[in-house]
Ligand binder design. Structure first.
Ligand code: AMP
Ligand code: MG
Length: 409
């Protein structure tokens, strides 16, 4: 097992353990937020046929070159109708927006241009250009085009495009199953009034929410006492998970049993301790095909370690194009002291100024037990190891949290 490794090595090792989960087909109506498992090649043109872009008359433009020309209306074509008559010189068809364009015509004279309409005779105040107000077939998408390469998140517009292409059911990557287990004898569920030395389990609910927000699957969070038998039981029960996330029990305390129980059960520890703050005692290993992440119990450390390591791991398992939070460059608004040897993840509040530059400040006191800084933050400020001070006015990389809003709260 490696120990006290760099943040970069730690992240690479965690990401290397993530293999893409298999595909499943689900109803398009249930697919929001899921990830496409394979390329989507269009089997058709979009629009599928030429249609009118306006309510008006399908005409031959040159027929209207002569002022005062009167055309004979041969039929009315509604959206959804199939035209029965080809348009010949001197004739036209009344046509509605979205209706299939008839043969022979080359343009649409909108209703607004009608000079007079009597029975089936119509004249216009002006003439369209050839092709005007006609939507050609295949203008948007061509049959055989690769529309999605696979790995895209199904957003509302992606849903619309998949619907147009008839991709329903839709092939998506199975959501990685994540088990979240809070350890600690002092922990009680959120709905319980804690005793004098007890605290409520905040990591369980917060981590489960982060799993869901990252695209993973997590039915419920569980609790295990600081007791090897209890920890063994909960690992046994969750062996089929893709990722096993423990909160607490991985530090140097007398009752931090998680790592030793995992190894006793045939698991392998790959690293323990990373040169970072917060989250130094982070532990990583495998048991069978399940990836194990032991997050420190401090609520700030557990939330940050999830965002930095577990979220990109879930994205990797989903076969996402991009993993982790969006990274952008920002200007630090004040000096930040740090430990030279450690990579710091500060909770930050980033805002976009009127000139479009992004400024970032720390989100209050950075103690790893002070969860308010996580609640206020919209980003993580990366302050790499090597420097003992990050200066006001310098450029830093920030990683946006999934719920970030650069306009402030
Ligand atoms: P540990 O990593 O187990 O030594 O825990 C470090 C600190 O985090 C202790 O103060 C714990 O009480 C606290 N802690 C551990 N687990 C949780 C949890 N699930 N919710 C809130 N605080 C926790
Ligand atoms: Mg503990």
């Amino acid at each position: 097992m490696r120990t006290f490794i760099s943040f970069e090595d730690a992240l690479n090792m965690v990401l290397a353990s993530g293999t893409k989960a298999e595909a499943e087909h689900i109803s398009l109506s249930m697919a929001l937020g899921r990830t496409l498992s394979e390329p989507i090649v269009s089997l058709q043109n979009l629009p599928p046929f030429a249609s009118s872009a306006m309510d008006g008359f399908a005409v031959i433009a040159s027929d209207l070159a002569k002022e005062g020309a009167v055309l004979n209306v041969v039929e009315h074509i509604q959206a959804g109708d199939i035209p029965q008559r080809a348009i010949k010189p001197g004739t036209c068809a009344k046509i509605m927006t979205g209706a299939l364009f008839p043969e022979g015509a080359d343009s649409v004279a909108p209703v607004e241009w009608v000079l007079s309409e009597r029975g089936d005779h119509v004249s216009f105040s002006r003439a369209p250009q050839s092709g005007q107000h006609v939507r050609p077939a295949a203008e948007d998408v061509r049959e055989g085009d690769t529309i999605f390469v696979g790995g895209e998140v199904i957003t509302p517009p992606v849903t619309g495009m998949l619907a147009s292409l008839g991709v329903d059911p839709v092939p998506v990557v199975r959501r990685p199953r994540v088990a979240v287990i809070s350890t600690g004898d002092e922990i009680v569920p959120p709905h319980v009034q804690p005793g004098p030395a007890q605290i409520r389990d905040s990591n369980g609910p917060a981590l489960r929410s982060q799993v869901l927000a990252a695209g993973g699957d997590c039915d419920r969070y569980e609790h295990a006492a600081d007791d090897p038998a209890a920890i063994r039981l909960v690992i046994e029960e969750n062996k089929s998970a893709d990722i096993l996330i423990f909160s607490g029990g991985v530090s140097m305390g007398d009752h931090d049993y998680v790592k030793s129980v995992l190894v006793d059960m045939g698991g392998e520890m790959l690293f323990w301790k990373v040169r970072q703050r917060p989250g130094k005692p982070l532990a990583f290993g495998k048991i069978g095909s399940t990836v194990f992440l032991g997050l420190p119990g401090n609520p700030v450390s557990s939330a940050m370690c999830f965002a930095i390591y577990a979220r990109p791991l879930i994205h990797k398992m989903l076969g996402r194009e991009r993993v982790g939070g969006q990274k952008v460059s920002a200007i630090l608004q004040h000096d930040v002291k740090k430990v030279a040897d450690l990579h710091h993840f500060s909770r930050g509040v980033a805002t976009m100024g009127e000139d479009g530059t992004i400024g970032v400040s720390e989100a209050g006191s950075q103690g790893s037990n002070l969860f308010s800084s996580v609640v206020r933050a919209n980003c993580i400020i990366h302050l790499p190891s090597g420097e003992a001070m990050a200066r006001e006015g310098s450029r830093v990389t920030i990683e946006l949290l999934p719920w970030a809003n650069l306009q402030g709260h």
